[in-house]
Design a protein around this ligand. Structure first.
Ligand code: DP6
Length: 321
């Protein structure tokens, strides 16, 4: 019997952000969050359990060592324990977008690893179970398991903190134009950054439910104006919390792009921004306005990645080795 499988998953961009945990080990978040999978960007991961001498992890053609490898091995151990095996694992993973630059590579990374590992060991897990397992690797990864637009339900313990799909990837034709200010790895990871607790976390929690309600409804109503308005509000709220912890993920160019988005809106071109834990700006617009928005933002001379909404994490036939 062959214990080998490959999965593809997409990173996601949160419209209402996850920043802060009430349980560090279990990665139980302080608040619900809502995101969209990015269909044009992907991570593909092949996992094989076999009679190897040691565990090997290769990410984007480089052999992983140190904490990066440990995080993957610790994650794989859960699966090994579940089926009671001591077989070693070979994990090969590839992304088609830059890692650790504020595009959630840990989200698609752990979502693909979850689906590939479960399939390699012939575990027949539900979407909820897969989402719970992915969350233990990286919180935002649980949102990359279901299809399209998803909401991570905070929950209270390991078994009730997972994501569900609000709408599938075809439902709402919006585009994310990712304006690349910087491709390099960020200085402070999200995991470390969100541990720096400060009183502004309380202020954020006081407003986050309103943002969630408006964003959830705006997806169902296919209403970009409401979605964008509340996504911008929530992004600024999260970055205010970050800044109060001494974390400035923005670069001067980040603000320049934010202001250009406001400027475009003033001129009747509908688009909105959101920013994760990095300087790159995600500009949201309707499919019909994509070329117009891209043309205007291109004048600022940044590389732009574009993505439509993406599907769920799933097994594919083509193995990477
Ligand atoms: C700013 O999911 O990377 O992108 O659970 O510690 O692995 P860990 O954190 P991670 O945090 C993502 C933070 C964010 C906001 C979001 O995607 O909701």
């Amino acid at each position: 019997m062959k214990f080998k499988s490959t999965a593809i998953s997409h990173p996601n961009i949160a419209f209402v952000k996850y920043w802060g945990k009430k349980d560090e080990d279990l990665r139980i978040p302080l608040n619900n969050s809502i995101s969209m999978n990015l269909g044009n960007l992907w991570t593909k991961t092949t996992v094989e359990f076999n009679d190897f001498d040691e565990d090997v992890v290769i990410i984007n053609k480089n052999v992983a060592e140190g904490t990066a490898k440990e995080r993957v091995i610790k994650f794989i151990d859960r699966f090994r324990n579940q089926v009671n095996t001591t077989l070693k694992a070979k994990v090969v993973s590839e992304n088609n977008f830059p890692m650790s630059s504020g595009i959630a590579s840990s989200a698609s990374g752990f979502a693909a690893l979850t689906v590939a590992s479960a399939s390699a060991l012939n575990l027949n897990l539900s979407e909820k179970e897969l989402s719970i397992l992915a969350r233990l690797g990286s919180g935002s990864a649980c949102r990359s398991i279901p299809d399209g637009f998803t909401e991570w339900l905070t929950g209270t313990c390991n078994d009730d903190s997972y994501s569900v799909s609000i709408a599938n990837s075809e439902y709402f034709e919006i585009y994310d134009l990712i304006v690349m200010v910087k491709k390099e790895k960020k200085d402070v990871s999200s995991t470390t950054g969100m541990q720096k607790f400060n009183p502004y976390f309380y202020a954020r929690l006081a407003e986050v439910n309103e943002n969630l309600n408006f964003v959830r409804k705006s997806i169902i109503d296919r209403n970009l104006k409401t979605l964008g308005t509340y996504a911008e509000k929530d992004c600024i709220s999260m970055h205010t919390v970050m800044m109060n912890s001494g974390l400035f993920y923005w670069e001067p160019e980040t603000l320049k792009i934010m202001k250009e988005v406001w400027n475009l809106r003033k001129n009747g071109i509908e688009c909105y921004f959101t920013i994760d834990a990095g300087p790159n700006v995600h500009v949201l617009c309707l499919h019909k306005d994509k070329e117009k928005v891209k043309e205007r933002i291109s004048e600022l001379n940044f590389e732009i990645l574009e993505s439509k909404p993406g599907g769920k994490a799933r097994v594919i036939k083509e193995d990477l080795f």
